[in-house]
Design a protein around this ligand. Structure first.
Ligand SMILES: [Zn+2]
Ligand SMILES: [Zn+2]
Ligand SMILES: [Zn+2]
Length: 347
């Protein structure tokens, strides 16, 4: 490795933070993208099922001139302003002391859940949500088959959070590195497995089903709970009751049950403060190539909603949380109780 080689900082790259031993992804190329979300404001559910200015609605023209088909359920396309590029650039900086940066490659796709602009997962039919879950599974399998891809992160920002368009959709970012959060979770689960000879999340499922107080919802295959260590006020984690390390391990019944769980959870969040809940969710599963980890790695979905007390009171991670450790005002048990009360009324 040589130091001082030309490095194009306008291309997507990772920079290493040796203070915290973690990476930051820099995508200066992204500034060109349009921002349809407006300023930080919560979204009211629009009445219109079609918006002529939305680049995700069927038959509309996108930024690159392509026309969306008159799609009927899910629709996937490559992001017109991708944060990541698939081209191979092998620039890097690694100085013998502390400076380290390397180009990254990947793909960014958009997955529209439905042609209906004003739909939400909470109102969709379970069979239609199942088509979304099927598409997640197919996309992960397809993108993981690309040689250089190491992880496929599926996530959604909704309700005006880092979200440039209210049309119901999630994003799929396939990257050529293992993101820090996945490394940490791999290590945490591995350590537990080594010490106990059992899977951590299998144990959590078993224990929480006995304790009950943090459970928000369960069906035959999935459990939704406010994790004991929750950071965001109404944070939840969605876990398969059976040990599944990768989404490809979810069969039809499991996917249908997951679709029901997602519908219940989203509609509960939207009912909590009577507003489309601003939140992010992301799916975590065993990274590609971690073949010896399938026993210790348990698939799960994190839901981090941003509201604290009402539709106008947001939780911020600032001050002590930014510089020391996150802090929360209500206990995980109280949050679970409140979410459970709502879900009981919806059922
Ligand atoms: Zn739309
Ligand atoms: Zn497990
Ligand atoms: Zn996780």
């Amino acid at each position: 490795m040589e130091y001082g080689r030309t490095f194009n900082f306008n291309k997507p790259h990772l920079r290493y933070n040796p203070l915290k031993e973690e990476y930051v992804l820099v995508c200066a190329n992204r500034l060109k993208r349009p921002w349809q979300g407006g300023d930080e404001k919560l979204l009211d559910r629009s009445e219109a099922t079609y918006d002529k200015n939305c680049y995700m609605c069927p038959t509309n023209k996108r930024a690159n001139g392509k026309i969306n088909p008159a799609y009927k359920n899910v629709y996937i396309f490559d992001n017109d302003y991708p944060a990541l590029l698939s081209e191979n650039t092998e620039d890097y900086i690694e100085d013998p002391k502390w400076k380290e940066a390397k180009n990254v490659r990947g793909f960014c796709r958009v997955l529209c859940y439905t042609p209906l602009h004003n739909e939400t997962m909470g109102k969709m039919k379970i069979e239609d949500i199942k088509l979304v879950v099927d598409a997640w599974q197919e996309q992960i399998n397809e993108l993981e088959s690309v040689d250089f891809i190491k992880y496929v992160q599926i996530f959604e920002n909704r309700g005006g959070v880092g979200n440039s368009n209210p049309h119901p959709h999630c994003q799929i970012w396939a990257v050529d590195f293992i993101p820090d959060d996945l490394t940490k979770e791999t290590n945490g689960q591995k350590k537990y497995f080594t010490n106990n000879k059992r899977c951590l999340l299998c144990d959590i499922v078993k224990d929480e089903l006995i304790e009950i107080e943090r459970i928000v919802f369960e069906n035959e295959s999935w459990l939704i709970l406010v994790p004991f260590w929750a950071v965001w006020p109404y944070e939840t984690i969605v876990i398969p009751k059976q040990h599944i390390s990768h989404l490809s391990g979810a069969d039809n019944k499991s996917k249908l049950d997951l679709s029901e769980a997602l519908k219940m959870l989203i509609s509960t969040y939207d009912a909590l403060f009577d507003v489309i809940m601003p939140l992010s969710f992301g799916i975590h599963y065993v990274p590609k190539g971690y073949d010896g980890m399938h026993e210790s790695w348990h698939l799960h979905i994190h839901f981090n909603p941003l509201l604290l007390r009402s539709k106008s009171v947001r939780k911020f991670m600032a001050g002590f949380e930014m510089f020391a450790v996150p802090q929360r005002d209500i206990t995980a048990e109280d949050a679970a109780k409140k979410l459970k009360e709502i879900i009981e009324n919806i059922k």
